[in-house]
Design a protein around this ligand. Structure first.
Ligand SMILES: CC(C)(COP(=O)(O)OP(=O)(O)OC[C@H]1O[C@@H](n2cnc3c(N)ncnc32)[C@H](O)[C@@H]1OP(=O)(O)O)[C@@H](O)C(=O)NCCC(=O)NCCS
Length: 156
């Protein structure tokens, strides 16, 4: 792929592309798909990787959970540009934003343990995270018996 790609904060026109990307991986069971309504209200959380036409190839978000806790969520990189460092750049942008906000503890719920371990995320028991994370869990089709995501935390 010879296209020039950039990483930047998401704008409202990226939401449909983010939605499509998350749906692709959601259908494979790799992450939770999110509704358009949910994405519009949280678009300010997102970073995207886009080409010069505005096509979305990658995304990821930093969601603030509490005064001392944020979550990296919805990290997805289109298969055609995987393994080129874009996933890493997205997560680094989220962690950098957490630092800018003054939040020094970030977690992720994921199946990609090896990918996140490279940043210094370590596995923890989900029960050790803030109770507010359960709001999303209650809305998840896998809750409670089929939840197999791993919780990982990094202290910045
Ligand atoms: C996981 C994902 C985001 C990685 O994106 P990517 O752009 O291919 O990753 P990068 O090229 O930035 O890789 C960064 C590092 O992680 C490693 N890595 C990437 N994917 C990996 C995987 N699935 N398992 C183990 N290591 C992985 C790379 O080898 C690289 O290591 P290095 O820095 O030592 O060379 C991408 O595969 C994806 O979108 N998967 C489907 C959705 C998903 O599972 N998202 C995570 C849920 S929160």
């Amino acid at each position: 792929m010879g296209k020039k790609l950039i990483l930047r904060k998401a704008i409202i026109h990226d939401v449909e592309g983010i939605h499509r990307l998350l749906l692709t991986f959601g259908n494979q069971g790799k992450l939770l798909p999110r509704s358009l309504s949910n994405l519009y209200s949280s678009v300010r959380d997102f970073f995207v990787v886009v080409d010069s036409n505005g096509k979305v190839y990658g995304c990821g978000a930093l969601a603030i959970i509490w005064k001392d806790l944020a979550e990296v969520r919805s990290v997805a990189v289109s298969e055609e540009i995987q393994k080129k460092g874009w996933g890493k750049r997205i997560v680094e942008a989220c962690l950098s934003e957490a630092l800018t906000l003054g939040i020094y503890r970030v977690f992720v719920l994921t199946y990609e343990k090896t990918f996140f371990a490279k940043f210094g995320f370590v596995e923890v028991d989900k029960k050790d995270l803030h109770e507010k994370i359960w709001i999303d869990c209650f809305n998840c089709p896998k809750y409670p018996d089929n939840c197999d995501e791993i919780a990982m935390v990094i202290n910045l």
